[in-house]
Design a protein. Sequence first.
Length: 392
Amino acid sequence: MKLLSTLIFAALLAGCASGPPAIQTPERTLFTDAAFRKPAGMITPAQVFELSPEMKAYAGKIRATLGSKSRHQALYEALYHRDQLRLEYDSETTRTAAQAFEARAGNCMSLVIMTAAFARELGLEVQFQRITSEDTWSRSGSLYFSSGHVNLVLSKPKTEAARTYDTAQSVTIDFLPPPDAELMPTEVISERTVVAMYMNNRAAETLVQGKLDEAYWWARAAIEYEPNFLMGYNTLSTIYQRHGNIHLAESTLRFAHQHDPLNTVILFNLSEVTNALGKSEESARYKAELARLEPYPPFHFFHIGQKAMADGDYQKARSMFVREVQRAPYYHEFHFWLAKAAFLLGNLKEADKHMALALMNSTTRGDSAIYAGKLANLRLYESRARLRPGEI
């Protein structure tokens, strides 16, 4: 049985502040360890922020070159100026601090973790926070991912700050900030939540790779470490679905829904699972509540556009893809499909524009290579007018 599932990736939605009392311990009846082989060498919570010897040596170089700079400014320059580490953005794998430093690459969560590790080594205080705005969506097959945005604030220790005058007592470090990020409300999150996010990301990544055993133990670790991180339960439920244990998937979702009844991701998955179990009336109630909370869910217009493409109605498809681009202007797949629709309508200028935007907004090396090739083909067609439409 294959269900559409939504996951929280780089998940920053920890539940409603006005919900039930905090969960003190994880609901262990939802675990089924015997059904999943535990992989060797899993990262422990302590290892997420652990510095490697190479990182400690690099931190020493930063100290040696401080001069008149503040420590947080020197750290930012040492890590993220183009002539320093030459870091690359790579969304495929969430890395620990040491892994990101060694690879010189990482996604937003990896870079936040690595920066926090260096900051503490330099004696700075670290505060993690999430931007409480709409999350962005992506997909891999039938799995849909909601990605939140996290950044961090670095500051001097309070005792030191009180002794010195510094106009820049703290600085916010943000990677790939959304437009007008400085104007958006933020919420402080704990280090335990950040570690749970890391583990939840690893669960989602290994799930996409079809490694259900590993995905289970990552999701379990996220819940074990921070029971109030409800998206860990949502991920665990999706793993159970893929493993064929839909009844345990249902129980896990019901537990999460009880603690966050307005969470649309959990509501969607619960409506899907109850429908698959033949509980059509209950599923309909969840879907009605979901429609009230979110009349046009993520990918709504995209799916209509894809059907229109299959039907040969390229004008309708284009209009639907335009609506999705307006809602999510930085998601590469929407630009790619808008480019295809524009090409099939004979609008080469628009096709070129959105294929270039698909390439610009791609977040993995694989996607970048695909879009680069298609953009080259498109421009060859533009210059020679001999590439058939079906080849882009």
